[in-house]
Design a protein. Sequence first.
Length: 366
Amino acid sequence: MKVLVLCPTQSKYFFISFVLSLHLLPKYRTTMKKSLRIALMGMLVLVSGNLAAQDPELTQFYAAPVYTNPALAGSAVCQTGAAGRVSMNYRNQWPSLPGTFRSYNLSWDQHIPSIGGGIGAMVFHDVAGSGLLQSTTISGVYSYYLPLGRGRNAAVMRFGLQGALAIKSLDWNRLRFGDQILPTQGFVNPTGEQQASQRVTYPNFNAGWVVYNSKFYGGVAFHNITQPNWSFYENPDEILPTRITAHMGGIIKYGGNRFSEDNISPNALFMVQRNFTQLNLGFYVNKGPLVTGLWFRQTFGNYNTSDAVILLVGFRKDRFKFGYSYDFTVSDGRSAIPSSHEVSATIDWCVPPGSKPFRPLKCPEF
């Protein structure tokens, strides 16, 4: 049995074609179909883990502030000034296909006036191939708060630094290889493949910067600054490449009431990681307790095709926020990958004001 492994930017389309072929197998070959699905998951793990070397992504960028940019730690606000918050995110990517991707994120951040900035912590867990490949990252972050003037509309800068410990694990016993195939019985023979380490642990570091005033915000984040080695085979060339994220947006109030919080917020987010480049353009509409959003995602490079249209709806009630987003794929693989789903929930609270005034960052909440 020969397995063709394509280049990283083609891997998801190879994955799609393989899945479709499984569904076309006759019903009397149920055992073989099950075995092939396990083999597919193994190939998916190897392709996505060893070749693509790409960080998981979330659609609700600002509902996961510590993950998007470390400089956003401590930027939550309430009526009296600064706030603390706990954010939770769940993403199910391509749920209609077997062995796809699920991501879980839990973070806390809060502005601390006595230390001149914000602090936070985050746990991010990612699952691929129905648990064949899993990764968990635990991190802490500090964001320095620097006002650039004394006026009410003066700009503020934040600089964030994040240190993390990541653990990546592989369930080798569930992988299947070509030399295990017996044509009449499926995968029954032992494999001669060299078994890799089943767990890799490595440190990681991220940094970010953001500047904002009452009507505009923008920032840049650098993830995987040290480009850690995350190879199961101790391959020195297998590194996690640096991911650069640039984001910006604005606040446009409407309704004629200066005390109203109703607004439209146009946004852009650009991300590059090795051969992967992505541009997200969209806007949010805030009306009372409701938030709606529409995004268009475009990938470049070897993909060179439209990726997804993203619809979002959110609800705010007192200190609680809940959001749901739906990614509708519009690229060439849309027939096999119809959608992805993501939900977020945030709880925040006011913190005691410090001796220095706190200028809030009024960026989107989702």
